[in-house]
Design a protein around this ligand. Sequence first.
Ligand code: XMP
Length: 535
Amino acid sequence: MEQKIIILDFGSQTTQLIGRRVRELDTFCEILPYNKFPKDDPSVIGVILSGSPYSVHDPEAFKVDLGDFMGRLPVLGICYGAQFMSHTLGGKVEKADSREYGRAHLETVDTSNPLFKGFEQNSQVWMSHGDTITAIPDGFECIASTRDVKYAGYTNGKDVWAVQFHPEVFHSVQGSLLLKNFVVDICGSKQAWSAASFVDTTVAELKEQVGDDRVILGLSGGVDSSVAAVLLNRAIGKNLTCIFVDHGMLRKNEFRDVMHDYECLGLNVIGVDASEKFFADLAGVTDPEQKRKIIGRDFVEVFNAEAKKITGAKWLAQGTIYPDRIESLNITGKVIKSHHNVGGLPKEMHLQLCEPLKWLFKDEVRRVGRQLGMPEHLITRHPFPGPGLAVRILGDITPEKVRILQDADDIYIRGLRDYKVRLSGEEARKVLAAGVPATMTDGEIEVSLYDQIWQAGTVLLSTVRSVGVMGDERTYEHPVALRAVTSTDAMTADWAHLPYDFMAKVSNEIINKVKGVNRVCYDISSKPPSTIEWE
Ligand code: XMP
């Protein structure tokens, strides 16, 4: 890794977003807890201090020793990062008269300063803080102000910059430009981080790491494990054995179709149909957590039994991606999301862990998949929960209920893929920036509803029955709920505003074609307070 930016996380909700923006500048970055700065890493070219839910005056506020990097590397403080530096270096931070939240405009901005190069006067920025800087430290100058925030930006004119607004959020219109000015012009990033360079370096590293050893990888049909497999296949070929377990709760025809895709990709895959075991162990179980536990346990059992047959395997590869590993801090400083472990693999196998995608965000995994020439439908596939349709059937699970849900879901998902929408302006730009393959003509692009949303699925409300009428017959059957959400990381999500004509068509088709369903509802809950899955 030649060059990297370190983002120190003080617990802000938008820290990950800073990381994504830096990566969009083809620059590698690492998000680390505020107190874990890697002092001896020569590849670090700059440091960004994130926001925080704390006030600098809180006794438990996160503190960092600025001497670890200040004076050696360019530093950019954002929001709390700006206040912390001011507070620590002799400026003043006080409670704002009113909480400064939302849109503001840079009424004065020093565009001769490299941080604000190319900025327009009155550029819109996004504020979110309860404290405000009322005096900057000696030797620093103010370089941007809004109507209410005098010190919206300040610098020492050398190697320290700070802004009280959030350049990483979408509503800071020139925020990406500010980050580019910092990362590229100030820190000197060569912008060499790309899908192609990632593939080249990772394949070489994997060859080095794994050598002639055999590797086992669990495939799920999802984009992360599939891309990890193709990457490893390129590095070590037939020494990679993949295991794909069918627990019977995949989407309609998914096992067959995905196995076919994997074979076309030249992967060495063992497909295991273990659905009977899962159905037997789940029979009569209605509690959501219980269902998850049984599926998790059975999965490990089936996977291990297969893995043990692969003699001489030394490595277990996983499609872990960066958001799975970032130690996000919550307000108490406790780690709320940590690296998931390889639960339950038999110790006697002595497998070492190999995670080739561990530095990537989801959209980057997709870019790498495209670089590797994988088919688009595998790359753009929505996330799907490990326990599958089991957490989308309320109440107990039977093969018949799974069949009903698969049929309804298949109509919904095919409908989403077939329905095309035309986008322009910022909406089109966002879709293209996410790497969705669409060409722009006359400022417009055409994409499917499926590619516009993060995730969609169907839920069978099998504990509910309602009355309907079909032909002359009274029906008394189950409803299904359709779910579609927009999101960037599944931590928060909003329900997708699907067009009415699409909903009408899909609802009609489901009720007419899927025996056992006589009503269709649309789930309009956001996360939080709801979750994406129903169970
Ligand atoms: P929730 O329902 O917590 O889901 O809002 C967030 C994201 O995680 C997926 N999900 C899972 N993925 N194993 C997985 O691999 C699981 O047990 C699991 N449960 C939820 C969910 O589909 C969504 O993308």
